[in-house]
Design a protein around this ligand. Structure first.
Ligand SMILES: *Cc1c(COP(=O)(O)O)cnc(C)c1O
Length: 368
């Protein structure tokens, strides 16, 4: 009989399902890679900024050396942009790294981590990986129910994840609600405010979460360079929190978790306001294009403040998988969300106008 390795809670983890790579879909369905449209991973359809590409070329000659373990230039750029001291910043290999670091640093096996139903899949993954207990608070209108979350805090709750806007639903929590929530959270419970899609927020929705970091020593704001900044393949994210928490996170961070190319590219992208503005504009136009098609096809969708839309493609629990397969056969990759408990829905990243049009045309065929 073969030996079973590892703790039960690790063996129970369902592996993360990423968006299918273009090359894999091309092989599997016998399609031309150039004709495939990928709207599955909330990547920036403009690709990476040219400024970041140039910055990477400039450091190519130095790759024989280790990266700067403290990420001095990148922290300086983050500090300047968000107006915080450098010892309030933790760099991550993507913000997934940050989300994981926080749990490792703060939570023991059996203690509780809280998150909302239909929120980012990495929260349950991290919770399971460290053998913690999940408190999953039912969603309200596909988003976070902060009143219920506040009421569900137990004596052993150590960490609460909140995604704003949320993935995969795109829902948004207004600033006033977050502020009221933070006020109710005990000082020994850490809140991670995961703002991966913050840069897409319309002007009237924008808020100052860094001001809350100054006010609350138990708040971590998490940001990523993977979405609006266009650097998903390089893996850069960062956390902003007061020094006591930041110091703890940096103790267990891998010293070289952000590589030299990524650090250089991130500095350039952080300062590339023109690219960021263009990304937000392309996204806003694409949102109008996709939601107009949903209305035309009488498909329900969840109003989104991010760079994707959650669309209901049928009333039976096979609908998401069925329509997804029909789209794949036409070379359109979107994200089924059955793993989130949403088997009737598909999450569609907002692309360039032609990509959105290709999705809409394929969807019409897929729905018959
Ligand atoms: C995409 C996403 C992230 C970012 O992940 P990276 O590891 O930085 O690429 C974080 N949180 C949420 C909610 C996301 O959707």
């Amino acid at each position: 009989m073969s030996h079973q390795f590892g703790p039960d809670y690790v063996r129970a983890i369902a592996p993360y399902q990423s968006g299918k790579p273009i090359s894999e879909v091309a092989r599997e369905f016998g399609l031309d890679e150039d004709k495939i449209v990928k709207l599955a991973s909330n990547e920036n359809p403009l690709g990476m900024p040219a400024s970041a590409q140039q910055a990477m070329l400039a450091v190519m000659g130095d790759l024989g050396r280790y990266p700067d373990a403290n990420g001095f230039d990148l922290k300086a750029a983050v500090a300047a942009k968000y107006q915080v001291p450098q010892d309030w910043i933790t760099l991550g290999n993507g913000s997934n790294d940050i989300l994981e670091l926080v749990a490792h640093a703060l939570v023991e096996p059996q203690q509780a981590i809280m998150y909302a139903q239909y929120s980012f899949i990495v929260y349950p993954l991290v919770t399971q990986a460290i053998g913690a207990r999940a408190i999953v608070v039912p969603a309200k209108d596909f988003g976070h129910d902060l009143t219920a979350m506040s009421a569900a805090i137990t004596a052993d709750t150590k960490l609460i994840y909140i995604a704003n806007p949320n993935n995969p639903t795109g829902t948004f929590i207004p600033a006033g609600d977050i502020e009221a929530f933070l006020h109710t959270v005990p000082a020994n419970v850490v809140v991670v405010l995961d703002e991966a899609y913050n840069e897409y927020l319309a002007k009237e929705l924008q808020y100052d979460s860094i001001a809350w970091v100054r006010q609350y020593p138990n708040l971590v704001v998490s940001r990523t360079m993977s979405k609006a900044f266009g650097l998903a393949g390089l893996r850069v994210g960062f956390a902003i929190a007061q020094p006591a928490l930041t110091e703890l996170l940096n103790r267990i961070r891998q010293p070289f978790n952000v590589n030299s190319l990524a650090q250089a590219a991130a500095v350039a992208a952080l300062n590339d306001t023109a690219f960021l503005n263009e990304s937000a504009e392309v996204n806003a136009a694409g949102y109008v294009q996709l939601t107009a098609a949903c209305k035309e096809l009488a498909l329900e969708y969840v109003p989104s403040c991010a760079n994707f839309v959650l669309v209901k493609v049928g009333n039976d629990d096979g609908a998401g998988a069925r329509v997804n397969l029909a789209l794949l056969k036409q070379g359109v990759i979107v994200r089924p969300v059955g793993g989130y408990g949403l088997p009737q829905w598909l999450r569609v990243s907002i692309g360039l106008p032609a990509e959105n049009a290709a999705f809409i045309a394929a969807l019409k065929i897929a729905l018959g």
